[in-house]
Design a protein around this ligand. Structure first.
Ligand SMILES: [Fe+2]
Length: 356
């Protein structure tokens, strides 16, 4: 059993981004009385920039999250720079995809916890509650908007700051914001949700609660990716599928694909959703039905994934990735059972990476 905290407030619907101003108002006089906006660099100069309800004292940082995953160093620098020049924000608003969600959650915690974020990579290591933080997803799929983890790549490991305080105080789900996501990115991020559900369903921690969320999320994913693709109606569905997939894995666990994906992202900095897609196509012996359906969706949406990548990888890189993945015991326990160590060796992991 897990005693999980959920988001305090969620507003969903087209145009709900316009309620941000009203949501921020009661918080504006807290701490040093300014709002810190962390925004995906993609929106610089775009229409959304003008819609951000910022006031004179507020601070906006546009952050380029491509092509790499957020790092502990990046979060520490952002926190130090803002504290030094402006003080402690009244609230933090993250506007962007999964990486921006993770940065906003992590920075919110690091404002009130001393030292480097490296010290807090793990479960319940954070000592003080963070600053009030709001998530506004503009890409759906990772479930970062509902997750209690802010995933960061550090010098030693790729691991989240995970605790009850990581969860957003408020989330704004406005399907209008995901309308401009490029087709390939829209596919990879949506498939992250799909893979969350397949992995959540196939393992020992699956239960009626995680199953109910996964079942509904999978239904929405099939509707979207076998249906008309990127339409306004499907944007509504994808936003909810992402949230439900995230809740499903919160109450269950992810599995083989995510464990391998962490290794790939740590060594090559590969973006999470893309890494999952590259890996998942080779996992038929673990998730045969899911992989077969995934390949049909690839075809339907005309997406080509790279293969033969491992030919360029050194033995050292494959060893490092395998060791990183092997350490994610909670994922292996879920996927293979309590005796997972009898069923999985480092050599098996190397063989899996060599398939890619
Ligand atoms: Fe994921």
């Amino acid at each position: 059993m897990k005693n999980f905290k959920n988001i305090e407030h969620i507003v969903f619907g087209r145009g709900s981004f316009n309620t941000l101003d009203k949501i921020l108002n009661p918080h504006r006089n807290n701490n040093d009385e300014f709002i810190f906006f962390v925004v995906d660099n993609y929106f610089k100069g775009k229409e959304l920039e003008n819609k951000i309800p910022s006031e004179k004292k507020d601070v906006i940082r546009f952050i380029d999250v491509d092509p790499y995953e957020p790092t502990t160093e990046q979060v520490d620098q952002l926190r130090d720079e803002v504290l030094k020049n402006y003080g402690l924000p009244a609230a933090i608003v993250g506007i962007g995809g999964g990486s921006i969600m993770d940065i906003a959650k992590a920075v919110a915690l690091m404002f009130t916890n001393e030292g480097s974020s490296v010290l807090y990579q793990g479960l319940d290591l954070i000592k003080n509650p963070g600053v009030f933080h709001i998530g506004v997803p503009t890409i759906s799929g990772t479930g970062a908007e509902v997750s209690m983890t802010a995933v960061l790549t550090g010098p030693e490991k790729k691991l989240g700051l995970k605790c009850d305080w990581t969860i957003f105080n408020q989330v704004i789900l406005d399907p209008d914001l995901i309308a401009t996501v490029p087709h390939d990115k829209w596919f990879y991020t949506g498939m992250d949700t799909y893979i969350h559900c397949i992995e959540s369903e196939n393992g020992i921690f699956n239960n009626a609660l995680s199953h109910a969320y996964a079942e509904q999320s999978l239904k929405l994913c099939r509707n979207i990716y076998f249906g008309d693709g990127q339409t306004p109606e499907n944007d509504d569905k994808l936003m909810i599928a992402s949230m439900m997939g995230g809740l499903s894995l919160t109450y269950s666990e992810v599995g083989v694909c995510h464990a391998l994906s962490y290794g790939l992202s740590k060594v090559f900095g590969t973006k999470h959703c893309f890494a999952n897609c590259v890996i998942f196509q080779h996992l038929d012996d673990f998730y045969s039905e899911g992989v077969s359906e995934f390949k049909q969706m690839l075809n339907k949406q005309n997406i080509k994934l790279p293969v033969g990548l491992s030919k360029e990888w050194s033995d050292d890189q494959i060893n490092t990735m395998s060791e990183i993945a092997y350490k994610l015991s909670h994922m292996w326990r879920h996927a293979f059972g309590e005796d997972w160590q009898k069923r999985l060796s480092i050599d098996k992991l190397k063989e899996l990476y060599k398939r890619m």
